[in-house]
Design a protein around this ligand. Structure first.
Ligand code: DX5
Ligand code: ZN
Length: 221
């Protein structure tokens, strides 16, 4: 049976000077918090790192799902765990053999997941699915919020759903980038479980209403 859909707001679109209050506003209505870590190397931008994760962990009980857009996850898993992260997802483009990172995550008791960029095929992560509790299909190019959902990535969600179900794995499929009230429906139909949304929730006039509207659509699917 399919797991219930979950909403994971991306704090990248929140007001970094008022993170706690932006999160608190919607915290009762969301399932996890998506934290985009960028190193200025794997992607051009720099966003935040362990000190901000530590402040988040101190101010909310929400699950901290840390999306590592960084070249060297092996070097940072310890500090990210110490800061209070619950799970990490790392890019297969950064670590083509993710087994050492998965082993380190397991030893740190961190949930582990793998991410594929829009041009990267499912076959790149397929051999490592057993190591993951989550796989992430990027539906925008990583590094920036507010981009348009790439419809051509839907086929990869369908492909992953089919592989995960046929192997009876418990791996969740997360969809990241350009998720709004239209695209969340497409992503759910294709087989997604966890939906990351930054701009469409935190930049909405009424973020509470925006989360409720997204939940309603997901419940109808
Ligand atoms: C992009 C990030 C996304 C982004 C999503 O690099 O991984 O998590 O914040 O933001 P929106 O919803 O604005 O596309
Ligand atoms: Zn992300």
């Amino acid at each position: 049976m399919r797991a219930d859909p979950r909403i994971a707001p991306s704090i990248l679109a929140a007001d970094f000077a008022n993170l706690a209050s932006d999160i608190e506003l919607i915290s009762d209505d969301i399932d996890l918090l998506h934290v985009d870590v960028m190193d200025g190397h794997f992607v051009p931008n720099i966003s935040l790192g362990p000190p901000v994760i530590a402040s988040l962990a101190a101010s909310t009980d929400l699950y901290l799902d840390c999306h590592l857009m960084i070249s060297d996850p092996l070097a940072y898993l310890g500090p990210i765990k110490d800061a209070g992260a619950n799970g990490v997802t790392v890019h297969i483009e950064a670590v083509p053999d993710p087994r050492p990172v998965a082993a380190l995550a397991a030893s740190l008791d961190l949930d582990f997941g793998l991410v594929i960029n829009p041009p990267t095929p499912v076959s790149a992560i397929e051999p490592f699915l057993d190591l993951t509790s989550m796989v992430v299909v990027m539906t925008v190019h990583p590094g920036l919020g507010g981009q348009t959902f790439l419809d051509e990535c839907l086929a990869k969600i369908e492909e992953l759903r089919q592989i995960i179900d046929s192997r009876a794995l418990s791996t969740d499929i997360q969809i990241d980038g350009g998720i709004d009230l239209r695209t969340v429906k497409l992503a759910r139909r294709a087989g997604g479980d966890v939906f990351v949304a930054g701009t469409s929730l935190f930049r909405a006039d009424d973020p509470v209403a925006a989360v409720a509207a997204m939940r309603k659509i997901l419940n109808q699917e």
